[in-house]
Design a protein around this ligand. Structure first.
Ligand SMILES: Cc1cc2nc3c(=O)[nH]c(=O)nc-3n(C[C@H](O)[C@H](O)[C@H](O)COP(=O)(O)OP(=O)(O)OC[C@H]3O[C@@H](n4cnc5c(N)ncnc54)[C@H](O)[C@@H]3O)c2cc1C
Length: 188
């Protein structure tokens, strides 16, 4: 028994153990009334192929949530290994007064971060209760993939990591997704 009224492990232990589940890092972006808003996320899941759904778990306290409710759409920008400063910045963990250099391009669902590894442009399909988080289900409308070599930013054990070897280009997504329903963008 941990804290009064709660059976089971402590949240800090839970966080530490779940932190051993290695993930990539993405910046979720949405169009706010005062311009684009970005937030670093790694609680991201590919949910379904028919329909094409992704899920992002967003803290109920995040400023992103009211912006998402208003925008009804978002983009998930998968970060490349050299974009670690952007991960820190969009998580409010950037120690400097000036933001790291970055540029947004208008895109489907939300702004696309120039230099990202991949992106998924989504319409918000549903929002579900996830305890102190909200599970935002997005319907994929557009996909973007950068040109190889693909070097993702990784998060494991509360720290950032890089792949030792650059990853080979994955199978052409056209083989998996129906291009009539989803726009696919590639870097040449
Ligand atoms: C690796 C990692 C993974 C995480 N995963 C999750 C997760 O899955 N779910 C979750 O809920 N939280 C997650 N977090 C925490 C989350 O990123 C922070 O709590 C974040 O600060 C909450 O965002 P917010 O919407 O409240 O925005 P804010 O904290 O208000 O904004 C984030 C920062 O980005 C700046 N910013 C935003 N938009 C722009 C823009 N257009 N131009 C310039 N600057 C801008 C803001 O000024 C601020 O510095 C994660 C953090 C890390 C480091």
């Amino acid at each position: 028994m941990g804290t009064a009224g709660r059976a089971g492990p402590e949240p800090t232990e839970f966080r530490r153990v779940m932190g051993l589940f290695a993930t990539g890092v993405a910046v979720m972006t949405a169009a706010g009334s005062r311009g684009p808003h970005g937030m670093t996320v790694n609680a991201v899941m590919s949910v379904s192929l028919d329909p094409l759904l992704v899920c992002v778990s967003v803290n109920r306290a995040a400023r992103m949530l009211p912006i998402l409710r208003h925008a009804g759409a978002f983009a998930l920008n998968v970060l490349a290994e050299d974009q670690q400063p952007l991960s820190r910045y969009f998580a409010e963990a950037w120690p400097h007064a000036t933001p790291p250099e970055h540029r947004f391009e208008p895109w489907v669902g939300g702004p696309r971060l120039v230099g990202c590894l991949a992106a998924v442009g989504c319409r918000v399909e549903r929002r579900l209760d996830g305890g102190d988080h909200e599970l935002v289900l997005g319907r994929a409308l557009a996909l973007y993939q950068a040109a190889p070599p693909l070097r993702p930013l990784l998060f494991f054990g509360g720290r950032y990591h890089r792949l030792r070897e650059p990853a080979a280009a994955p199978r052409d997504p056209v083989e998996v997704w129906n291009p009539e329903e989803v726009q696919i963008f590639y870097d040449s």
